[in-house]
Structure formats: structure tokens, C-alpha cells
Design a binder for this molecule. Structure first.
Ligand SMILES: [Zn+2]
Ligand SMILES: [Zn+2]
Length: 148
């Protein structure tokens, strides 16, 4: 049974997710924004200060929370938090190899760089840890060897 209180709309919290037309077998009590995790509640959507619907927080409170998450991490995605994806990560030195994920500590077969997220964040430091040179020096050496 499709509830009459459902209507397609943009997620009122993140504005990024579209609650589309319900399918026959959709259960309205399970519908949730995959970007911010807001649970579909038409009453709360209509009254952004209404608390204790399917979401304990009102839409306005939820928005504030979501904003703070976005500020801390612009790519914040509710479903990612629950299913951390393995994002392919191109080698920061040669760009010709792709590690299966950032900070994998795998070794690039092209240039020999060990994939270390910390060294990548601070390219002038950490020589002698995962790699014998810092990222900047490593890049310079790689570029020289490319040009020779
Ligand atoms: Zn949302
Ligand atoms: Zn490489």
C-alpha cells in the first residue's frame, strides 16, 4: 500500500537527494535520504521545526548537523559512512598507476612510491618514513628521470 502522505520531493535537509515516485513495493517507513540520512517524513518536511517524527530532530536541526558534517568533510555522504567505499587513488608522483584506495601503503609499480596519505598531505615532510624522500623530492626525481 502506498501511503497517501507521500509525494516526490527534494530532500529538505541536504537538497541533494530526490525522493522519487514510490514503486509498488516501496515501504514508506524505510525511505531515507542516501546523502544525509534524513528519513522521509512529510509532516516534518512541511514543518521544519517539528521534532519527533520519524527523525528525532526537526528538519532545521538536522540541517545544522548536516552543515557541520559538510564543513568537516565536504564530501560527506551518509551512505559512505555506513559503507566506506574504496576510492581508487592515482599515484601522486607519476599519475600512471592507480592504487585501490588512498593511504594503502602499496608500492607503485611505475615509480616505486609507497602510497602514504600523510606524506601526500605534507609533501615536504616525512622523508625516510614510508619513502626515503618526501613527496616533492620524489616528484622532482621522477620528472628528471622521465625527461632524461
Ligand atoms: Zn538529504
Ligand atoms: Zn607512481
Amino acid at each position: 500500500m502506498i501511503s497517501e502522505s507521500y509525494q516526490p520531493m527534494i530532500c529538505p535537509v541536504c537538497g541533494d537527494f530526490y525522493f522519487s515516485e514510490l514503486q509498488e513495493d516501496d515501504d514508506i517507513t524505510c525511505i531515507q535520504c542516501s546523502r544525509c540520512g534524513w528519513q522521509y517524513d512529510i509532516k516534518q518536511a512541511c514543518d521544519p521545526d517539528l521534532k519527533d517524527g520519524r527523525n528525532a530532530q526537526s528538519v532545521n536541526e538536522y540541517k545544522k548537523w548536516f552543515q557541520s558534517m559538510i564543513e568537516a568533510n565536504p564530501d560527506y555522504d551518509f551512505s559512505d559512512e555506513h559503507y566506506p567505499p574504496e576510492e581508487p587513488h592515482p599515484c601522486p608522483v607519476c599519475g600512471r598507476h592507480t592504487f585501490r584506495t588512498r593511504d594503502s601503503f602499496d608500492i607503485c609499480p611505475v615509480c616505486g612510491w609507497t602510497d602514504d596519505g600523510l606524506m601526500e598531505d605534507e609533501p615536504q615532510r616525512w622523508a625516510g618514513t614510508s619513502n626515503d624522500m618526501c613527496l616533492d623530492d620524489y616528484r622532482r626525481r621522477y620528472q628528471k628521470s622521465e625527461n632524461s
